[in-house]
Design a protein around this ligand. Sequence first.
Ligand code: MRU
Length: 346
Amino acid sequence: MSSLADQAIAWQNNHLVLLDQRKLPNQVQFIECAVVQEVVTAITDMVVRGAPAIGVTAAYGVVLAAREAYKQSPDAWKERIEGDLLALYQARPTAVNLKWAIACMRDVIATIQTEDPEAVLLQAAQKIHHEDVQSNKALGQYGAELIQSNSNVLTHCNAGALATGGYGTALGVIRSAYAQNKLNKIYADETRPWFQGTRLTAWELLQDNIPVTLICDSAAATVMRQKNLTWVIVGADRIASNGDVANKIGTYSLAVMAKQHGVKFMVAAPTSTIDMEIINGDEIEIEERAHSEITHYKEHAFGPDKAQVWNPVFDITPAEFVTAIVTEKGVVEAPNRGRMTALMKA
Ligand code: MRU
């Protein structure tokens, strides 16, 4: 682990330590979570965000929950922990990695007999964390193989080390392709309303001395038309069994524009983001967040109080707009249910 972004989630001195992503890029501050309620709040309040990152964080949250429950009742800790598992599960609704990580931790809980569960559960959480980094490196290579030399690419939101256990998904592909000298220009859009592109993606790439060009969200079509863009590369919060993709609001518009301009559209995600239990994207719950995220920037109001606001923070991109889904198990081109099923069985 090298850069600060790769240390955004860490287990130190028996606590979970999180880089507070709300403060970036102006302040690098870490917060300590000693109890599971602090982990739930950190996920809901976006201290940590990005689908794989909240999965990893929730896994460590289960360790803290088990510690407390076992201290209170060595005989009934498995029953006591249920409320905390539910709170973690509900901390954010769209990313399936949260549910996936809790299910993995539940499987481990089921194997524990009478002993103190902390050590075993910590080992399981660290394995989830480590494997996520390995997956990102593998999918980064697969994605880079699809990119031709001298490419200009655009990414949306932050699907980097900050959003994962480390290395990143969309930014994992970009890191790998950049290391292979295949990238001419990397565009990052600002990603209203949280500015994950401006605040996080630009910061994270520059930390690694990877040059980045920021654009307004509304400049994307012009970049496609004028700047010889070859790929849009995004992450995902959940991918349905037919290849429909839930990701940060604005992803769908980029996919539609990409198709119109003959730009290829890559979704980079570990298989922990794929939800084979749902038929299509219509079944994915889309999180809606506070109106103030649109009418305010931090404490500063710039929209009238009386305006009505709708703030869905993710959208669904139908599979037909996706050129390739890139995972650690390999690439699915022109995704559909048959190809997604074959990938998951591989
Ligand atoms: O609201 P956020 O910042 O959690 O949204 C994050 C995204 O939409 C990412 O693109 C997605 O989680 C993939 S992260 C590897």
